[in-house]
Design a protein around this ligand. Structure first.
Ligand code: AMP
Length: 171
């Protein structure tokens, strides 16, 4: 699986800023069989069995979170970048591998659920996921774990978390 995936992840040097090697995961969507295998592999984790709902992160996290939600018939909510969500929001800022940003969750969307599995495309420094985890923790929610397709191993993002972290491929 790892070898099948590796050739579908394209490196873009110095994008979006100098010094960053951007891992473009979108080519893997052009191979429906591999995409289906990735979703199956992610979905078979206890991280999802132990969660009431999935929370996916803007924007590429939505692609994988939505497919897992369909596959497992689990509800999904979203964490989005500023200015995208209506209604009463819970918002927090965080640092990225490049720059900083903030994420917001609709307060109403998380109310019905006690535990969440977090989904994103890639784990780098872990700042993005930490932001989502803090919003959930501040709202007295539990986190069953994090599922990502790619993990940048050298950045040790997983060390920021006490909950389980699973990735299909470590680069
Ligand atoms: P981080 O907060 O550092 O773990 O960064 C993770 C988030 O930023 C994910 O939503 C990724 O989509 C994006 N990201 C960070 N670094 C990269 C990278 N080198 N290539 C592609 N996406 C990245």
């Amino acid at each position: 699986m790892t070898e099948n995936l590796k050739h579908l992840i394209k490196d873009h040097i110095n994008f979006p800023v100098k010094g960053i090697i951007f891992k473009d995961i979108l080519p893997l969507l052009q191979d429906p069989d591999i995409f289906a295998k990735v979703i199956e592999e992610m979905s078979n984790s206890p991280i999802f069995r132990n969660a009431d709902a999935i929370i996916s992160i803007d924007a590429r996290g939505f692609i994988f979170g939505t497919a897992i939600s369909f596959y497992l018939s689990k509800p999904m909510v979203v964490a989005r970048k500023p200015g995208k969500l209506p209604g009463k929001l819970i918002q927090k800022s965080y640092d990225l591998e490049y720059g900083s940003n903030s994420l917001a969750i609709q307060e109403e969307s998380i109310k019905p659920y006690k535990s969440f599995a977090i989904v994103d495309d890639l784990l780098a420094t872990g700042g993005t996921v930490k932001c989502v985890a803090e919003i959930l923790n501040d709202s007295c929610k539990e986190i069953s774990g994090l599922s990502v397709v790619i993990e940048l191993g050298e950045l040790c993002g997983r060390d920021k978390f006490k909950f389980p972290v699973e990735s299909n491929i470590v680069l």
